[in-house]
Each structure stands twice: as structure tokens, then as C-alpha cells.
Ligand binder design. Structure first.
Ligand code: FES
Length: 94
């Protein structure tokens, strides 16, 4: 499946590059930028980054997955106070 349309990169290419980087003892941690450089290209619009991150961490070892899930947990922490006062203000017509 095509993930990055700017560089025409598929999920298979990205996954393989991330795995190669993990297996290299002197390799860098797979990030979107480093994986792109590993593939000889560079990010352009960055619109694919959320999907690139998902793909390159799908097959990650347990230690890497832990940090990804920790990041997900912290990023999904949404305030539970959902007072609609501002929403009402914004949607008020008149
Ligand atoms: S879609 Fe990947 S850099 Fe633009």
C-alpha cells in the first residue's frame, strides 16, 4: 500500500527499512526522517508521517512498542471537562 505519495514509498518498503535500521547495531532509531534517509529520499510535505510512524513501529520489538504505547497513552489524555460554553458561543447564530 502506498504510504508516501511524495516519494512513492509503500508500507513494505518502510517496514523493511525500519527493520534493517533496528538490526544494524550502529544504526539510528527508526523515525520517519531517518527511515526516509535510509531509503535515499527525504520528507517533503510530511503528510504521511502519522502513517509512516504506524508502519515503522508495527513490527517493533517489545521495548520500542512500550515507548510507542506510552506516547499514545499520554497523547490520548484528553481533559474530561467538556463544558460546552465556548462551543455554544462559537455556534451561536445571531
Ligand atoms: S506524502 Fe510523504 S512526504 Fe509528502
Amino acid at each position: 500500500m502506498l504510504v508516501c505519495s511524495c516519494n512513492v514509498l509503500t508500507d513494505d518498503q518502510l517496514r523493511k527499512a525500519a527493520e534493517e535500521m533496528r538490526q544494524d547495531p550502529n544504526g539510528k532509531m527508526p523515525t520517519p526522517g531517518s527511515v526516509f534517509r535510509h531509503l535515499g529520499c527525504r520528507p517533503r510535505c510530511g503528510g504521511c508521517f502519522p502513517n509512516v510512524i504506524k508502519v515503522i513501529h508495527e513490527e517493533a520489538p517489545a521495548s520500542s512498542e512500550r515507548s510507542v504505547s506510552a506516547a499514545k497513552t499520554s497523547s490520548t489524555a484528553v481533559p474530561t471537562d467538556t463544558s460546552n460554553d465556548k462551543t455554544k458561543e462559537l455556534t451561536h447564530e445571531g
